[in-house]
Design a protein around this ligand. Structure first.
Ligand code: SAM
Length: 245
């Protein structure tokens, strides 16, 4: 098996180009380094079921970077974001590696996962990234986090209705929520409409991911139109247990 330093990132760089992202050799090396940390920690902490280099490039790195399809150049250069339920760092770390001007906060409720995120950010020398261990339902009521971000990302965390409650409170009015989802999203989105409106958002668009190997993926993009009512998010667990109708 090739050592991490010998790995070629062709699938990543070619896919990124299709997304309009030109990765430098230094950035490619950072992705390889990230992969090495991910699979090393994955032996102890359950971060990913996908560990093969080819598959990680497509299903994790490019799937994460597909968010660029929904964002303007200006936002990609300097926006603040929070990655809710970041787990092994998806999509927040790939977005930061590709767009170093973005100011990211990675949050997850599981301390073992945030320990990994902290270590990975150190190894990748991502000094400006913040890592927080907390429930989204709690953190979103803190003044430093409520309605403070240009963008909230969330991938593989919950259904749209619950996820709207876990993400929209973090975003400033005028900001964007990007949910990485399966392409077959119509019924789930329909169930989430009431929650999105109640929380001050609206569906801007659903963007299919146009990349080889990711045709089953889509981005649900929300716009925040009004402040989120103070009572949301409700207490931990409620957004998924009893989604807003
Ligand atoms: N976003 C990553 C990815 O796409 O690989 C991780 C997905 S993992 C299936 C879901 C993650 O969300 C877990 O790490 C879990 O601890 C976290 N999570 C679930 N509910 C959460 C909440 N209410 N607040 C913070 N983190 C949460």
């Amino acid at each position: 098996m090739a050592t991490a330093t010998e790995l070629q990132a062709d699938i990543l760089t070619e896919g990124a180009e299709v997304l309009g992202i030109r990765l430098t050799e230094a950035q490619e090396r950072q992705f390889v380094r990230y992969y090495a940390e991910l699979v090393r920690w994955n032996e102890r902490v359950n971060l990913t079921a996908i560990t093969e280099w080819e598959a990680v490039q497509t299903r994790h790195f490019l799937d994460s970077l597909s968010a660029a399809q929904a964002l303007t150049t200006e936002l990609l250069q300097s926006a603040s974001f929070i990655d809710v339920g970041s787990g092994g760092g998806f999509p927040g770390i790939p977005m930061t590696l590709a767009f170093p001007g973005m100011r990211g906060t990675l949050m997850d409720s599981t301390a073992k996962k945030t320990a990994f995120l902290t270590r990975a950010c150190e190894a990748l020398e991502l000094q400006d990234i913040l890592v927080r261990t907390d429930r989204a339902e709690t953190l979103a009521h803190h003044d430093d986090y409520r309605e403070k971000f240009d963008i909230a990302f969330a991938r593989a965390v919950a259904e749209v209705a619950a996820l709207a409650e876990l993400t929209l409170p973090f975003v400033r009015v005028g900001g964007t929520v990007i949910m990485h989802k399966k392409a077959d999203i119509a019924a789930e989105l329909e169930r989430g409409q009431g929650a999105i409106e109640t929380l001050g958002g609206s569906v801007r668009e659903v963007l299919p991911v146009k990349l080889a190997g990711l045709q089953d993926r889509a981005l649900v993009v929300l716009k925040k139109l009004r402040p989120t009512p103070e009572r949301y998010p409700r207490r931990p667990g409620m957004p998924s247990k009893r989604p807003i109708a």
